[in-house]
Design a protein around this ligand. Structure first.
Ligand code: GDP
Length: 296
């Protein structure tokens, strides 16, 4: 499971603090040195770690904490709150356009989980009594179109496709009209991925953006890739103005760096987390729950 290493490291640090009736500034410094190492080992961005430790220290060494009955517990609570803040503070909800359909553009590198996640998101929306329409926009990978059709059938959500020869921009344009005509209140556009961020891919996404004016541009990133995921998010964000990130494969043994850095580095909130291959393994991302989970 994700974060195992980080959780056990932090538990080790905190068990030392928890029992203490008195905590000295040196105790706090020693604990923070260990937290710092634990976060770096979990592949959290270097600068993010530095800022995080500075904030926790600043809040921990005041007399209010030091003179409290359970200073160790108070410090753990401060760490919990700062971790929550780091991941965005409160839950960032999916946009909803007052004039449907709400258009959601799904972007990401190949293999990140874009197609699967699009279907998972459709399933979540369906559960919330919405009428999503999935759009197969990854025309370069015929298998991706088929994959989306199979998933759509499985969850009973229509999948919009056009015959070969149509560009992704044309597909998106017609899909938007189709959604308006058929009362679909969410349009989820699966787009092509590449192995790396490249100009051609960005240009195509920009064009789809231009014709569909999405309410959400969600970047799907593989949490297992750690800081690479954060770098990918940063470069997509520079070119496309993301509205959110979806972290996938949090069920794997990711060290957690991506989850803990992506918001701080890019400013984009994590909106959903995928925790498995199954179609219902997607959930809204709750920073406070994730922080508690990390602290164990
Ligand atoms: P795309 O190229 O970005 O569209 O990626 P796909 O949706 O085809 O997913 C690539 C692989 O990752 C597939 O084998 C998925 O089943 C798998 N996958 C996607 N999300 C998750 C997840 O949250 N957990 C796990 N374990 N596997 C996932």
């Amino acid at each position: 499971m994700a974060f195992e290493g980080l959780t056990s490291r932090l538990q080790g640090v905190f068990s030392k603090l928890r029992g203490k009736g008195k905590v000295s500034e040196e105790d706090v410094n020693a604990a923070m040195r260990e937290v710092r190492l634990a976060l770096l080992e979990a592949d959290v961005n270097f600068k993010v770690v530095k800022d995080f430790i500075a904030k926790v220290k600043e809040k921990s060494v005041g007399s209010e904490v030091m003179d409290s009955f359970t200073p160790g517990m108070v410090i753990i609570d401060i760490v919990n709150k700062e971790l929550t803040e780091l991941m965005g503070g409160s839950q960032a909800k999916l946009a909803r356009n007052n004039r449907p359909p709400t258009v959601v553009l799904m972007a990401g590198l190949q293999g990140a989980g874009k197609t699967t996640t699009s279907a998972k998101l459709a399933k979540l929306l369906l559960k919330g009594n919405h009428r999503p329409l999935l759009v197969a926009g990854d025309i370069y990978r015929p298998a991706a179109i088929k994959q989306l059709q199979v998933l759509g059938e499985q969850i009973n959500v229509p999948v919009f496709t056009l015959p070969e020869g149509n560009s992704p921009v044309e597909i998106a344009r017609q899909a938007l009209q189709h959604a308006k005509d058929h009362g679909n209140d969410y349009l989820l556009i699966d787009t092509a991925g590449r192995l790396h961020v490249d100009e051609e891919l960005m240009e195509e996404l920009r064009q789809i953006h231009e014709v569909t004016k999405p309410d959400e541009v969600l970047l799907v990133v593989d949490a297992m890739t750690g800081q690479d995921a954060v770098n990918v998010a940063e470069s997509f964000n520079q070119q496309l103005e993301l509205t959110g990130v979806i972290l996938t494969k949090l069920d794997g043994d990711t060290r957690g760096g991506a989850a803990l850095s992506v918001k701080a580095v890019t400013g984009c909130p994590i909106k959903f987390a995928a925790l498995g291959e199954k179609i219902d393994a997607l959930e809204p991302f709750h920073p406070e729950r994730m922080a508690s989970r990390i602290l164990g």
